[in-house]
Write a protein that binds this ligand. Structure first.
Ligand code: UD1
Length: 358
């Protein structure tokens, strides 16, 4: 029986870890444990997902909370190292590109414990993003890099990492297939909010370069208010965005502002939206899986496939570009080709890890 530690900390990682958790039940011969760094800690940012995703409570909780990047990462490094020194693991699995990913990869690699990176090889080629810094380091420290797309494979090849790269498909696509019917069955968010399918817009803004730059945040909110003349705009807010909005000039009275959405609420809101406007990678992709197009509130994206398929437009934080992109995409359904695997990425990843460990 091989013992693996799955390290999570931020909202999107709970979802990715849940895919591996389900797969572990079918693959056998693996004792998968869970460590939560505590990077996200509000109930709506953390616990809610454990409930909906049917994830077990973490075996290890670090409660690091919010801090500067270095301080937060340092607290995680100390806590993760302590766990890895105390209990023996055959490998550590990290997900995506957050500070929890970086800390997990670094702590394990320093102890010569193999690291497996799920959602490897994504690049924005914008080194100012903390996520870009985190994923590059994690990829280079990993024993196996699980790339969700062919583009990600090519990015890893360019960095000389071909030998340890595996094209796995995307565990988020596994999830979109698995949870779609469950979300509909167990959820009535559209009724609760009085929404008609196809007649509202879903928006999310959480990236630091948007929230922490008042000009960009103002411009985005202006564009959303303009769009709200045509369709209801639903805006579930990340706690940091909520803090920043309080000091903004733009009027927000025409927007439907909500607390952070649960996973099932989000799936339902994404699936039935006329258009999604977002700076989140995960939300862009989920919308795409459900045939909904996206105005991307960033200058670039790691998920270039979405733009190449005409299912997304890069509009940055420019109000006119955002509004034009919204008009071009509204009501435009997408039939997406299978670029993200066959829905069994998590099983493949676990099997590859177990082979590697042997
Ligand atoms: C992190 C990831 C980002 C990911 C996002 C998903 C990094 C560098 N970034 O960004 O890649 O897309 O998670 O949501 O790891 N806060 C709360 N309660 C919480 C969590 C955060 O109030 O439960 C507030 C705090 O003010 C905190 C701020 O949000 O300082 C930022 O949180 P943090 O986890 O540092 O980064 P995210 O922006 O969430």
């Amino acid at each position: 029986m091989k013992r693996l530690l799955s390290i999570v900390g931020a909202r999107p990682q709970f979802m990715k870890a849940a895919a591996l958790w389900r797969a572990a039940g079918g693959v056998g011969a693996v004792d998968l444990r869970l460590l939560h760094t505590g990077q996200h800690y509000d109930r709506e940012m953390s616990e809610v997902f454990f409930d909906e995703l049917q994830l077990p409570r973490p075996d290890y909780q670090l409660h690091v909370g919010s801090a500067t990047h270095a301080m937060q990462t340092a607290r995680m490094l100390e806590g993760i190292e302590e766990v890895l020194l105390r209990d023996r693991f055959d490998g550590v699995i990290v997900y995506g590109d957050t500070n929890s990913t970086l800390a997990g990869a670094l702590a394990a690699a320093k102890l010569q414990i193999p690291v497996y990176h799920v959602e490897a090889g994504l690049r924005s080629n914008n080194m100012a993003m903390p996520e870009e810094q985190n994923r590059i380091v994690a990829d280079h420290l990993s024993s196996l890099c699980f790339a969700p797309t062919q583009t990600a494979v090519e990015n890893l090849q360019h960095e000389g990492l071909s030998l340890k790269t595996r094209l796995s498909g995307d565990v988020m696509y596994d999830n979109s297939l698995y949870y779609a019917s469950l979300a509909t069955e167990k959820n009535n968010v559209l009724d609760r909010l009085g929404l008609i399918p196809g007649e509202y817009v879903l928006a999310t803004v959480h990236r630091d370069f948007n929230t922490d730059n008042p000009d960009r945040l103002n411009s985005i909110m202006q564009a959303l208010s303009e769009i709200a003349r045509n369709a209801r705009v639903i805006l579930p807010l990340h706690p940091r965005t909520a803090q920043r909005l309080s000091s903004l000039h733009a009027s927000l009275s025409t927007l439907s502002i909500l607390p952070p959405a649960s996973f099932f609420d989000m799936i339902e809101l994404e699936r039935h939206a006329q258009v999604v406007l977002t700076d989140s990678g995960g939300v862009q992709k989920e919308a795409f899986f459900y045939g909904v197009s996206t105005v991307i509130l960033r200058p670039e994206t790691e998920w270039v496939e979405i733009v190449e398929q005409d299912a997304g437009i890069l509009a940055d934080a420019d109000p006119q570009r955002i509004i034009d992109a919204y008009h071009r995409l509204s009501g435009h359904r997408v039939t997406f080709p299978s670029l993200f695997g066959d829905g069994h990425a998590a099983e493949y990843i676990l099997r590859e890890i177990l082979d590697f460990v042997d």
